[in-house]
Ligand binder design. Structure first.
Ligand code: PLP
Length: 366
């Protein structure tokens, strides 16, 4: 199989696997006071320190969660109790639905046709009632990078009381996130197992518990501590950030080839000529049947995604593309690359894509 869906989930990395296995060998509940508990606690605190050091924050600012979804919900729920939440039109459902659930008042910041937050609109939405502005660092479908530093400067000027949060799940391995932001990260996008992530939030960031329990993490996040998960997350994150520049250059070159293959097959890249993550290529194929296109690629052994929510195998138009004003008649395809992606994988895609697009065009005409 040619795996080009790393943004959905990355294969377990050897480094994360080793860290996970070593940590699981330590028996003990990290909240217990006996020696075994203390041993487990020490593995967890080492992981927390490692995550903090990679991200340039203090260890108590790292709250280990069950993943990006929980981190996003925690980040939104606290500020939501204090005022209006603004979030961009291209946020992951974890941010959007958390705002809808927890914020008595919330509003959507539009994006331009380029796929970037509309700064003029944002400026007009900022006032003294805003308690949170949440904009993702880079979009999980298009890979388009958002102007976090400019957003922070604008918010500081127009709504200094507001907190800033960014969903950095897709971007933390590629970008430096400005220090003003609380940030969500997820292990399985980095090579750690599914089921661990973190919210990085300053000590004075307003947090409220989402679930009742022992309050093991900063008295707001309950549940027996996931020591091995935290160890794997720390190892995966450290490796991803350490290898950043080398990996980015290689993936950027492969991404250019993927984008060219899409264009040759009749597609066009979504969004404008704006900065993008190296590892995500997102293209639109007009007059094609979405299911036939995915099926054609799947039959050729290529795993990729439409970049939008697929439930029960049924293709649904993407809210992200809708927000960008993209014509719904085109099929979006997201190819996302990672550490293990090779030139040979891209060769295989180049060979398979024209026939898959052709089949999907015929399916529309049939
Ligand atoms: N945020 C973004 C941008 C994502 O791409 C994802 C995963 O698809 C999530 C949040 C959710 O992360 P998790 O699967 O760890 O809950």
């Amino acid at each position: 199989m040619i795996y080009l869906d790393w943004a959905a989930t990355a294969p377990l990395s050897e480094t994360a696997k080793q860290a996970w296995l070593e940590a699981t060998a330590v028996t003990g509940n990290a909240s217990a006071t006996h020696a075994a508990g203390r041993a487990a606690r020490s593995v967890l605190e080492d992981a927390r320190e490692q995550i903090a050091s990679v991200l340039g924050v203090d260890p108590p600012e790292v709250i280990v969660t069950s993943g990006g979804t929980e981190a996003d919900n925690l980040a939104v729920a606290g500020p939501a109790a204090r005022g209006r939440v603004l979030y961009s039109a291209i946020e992951h459902p974890a941010v959007r639905e958390a705002a809808e659930l927890h914020a008595p008042t919330h509003a959507v910041i539009p994006v331009t046709a380029d796929g970037v937050v509309d700064m003029t609109a944002l400026e007009s939405m900022l006032d003294e009632d805003v308690s949170l502005v949440s904009v993702m660092a880079a979009n999980n479908e298009t890979g388009i990078i958002q102007p976090l530093a400019e957003i922070a400067a604008l918010v500081r000027e127009r709504a200094p009381q507001a907190r800033l949060h960014t969903d950095a799940v897709q971007a933390v391995a590629s970008l430096d996130i400005p220090k003003d932001y609380a940030m969500s990260i997820s292990g399985h996008k980095l090579g750690a197992p599914v089921g661990v992530g973190a919210l990085i939030a300053a000590r004075d960031y307003p947090l409220v518990p989402l679930e009742g329990g022992g309050g093991q993490e900063r008295r707001v996040r309950s549940g027996t501590l996931n020591v091995a998960g935290a160890a794997a997350l720390a190892a995966a994150l450290s490796e991803a950030v350490e290898l950043r520049s080398e990996r980015e250059a290689r993936l950027r070159a492969l991404g250019v080839r993927v984008a060219a293959a899409c264009v040759r097959a009749g597609g066009s890249l979504s969004g404008g000529d704006v900065p993008r993550l190296a590892h995500i290529v997102h293209a639109l194929f007009p007059a094609t049947d979405p299911e036939a296109l995915l099926l054609g690629l799947d039959m050729a052994g290529i795993a990729c995604s439409t970049g939008s929510a697929c439930s029960a195998g049924v293709y649904r138009p993407s809210r992200v593309l809708e927000a960008m004003g993209v014509d719904e008649a085109s099929t979006p395809l997201r190819f996302s690359l990672g550490e293990g992606t090779t030139e040979a994988d891209v060769d295989a895609l180049e060979r398979a894509l024209p026939a898959a697009v052709d089949m999907a065009r015929r399916a529309v005409r049939a």
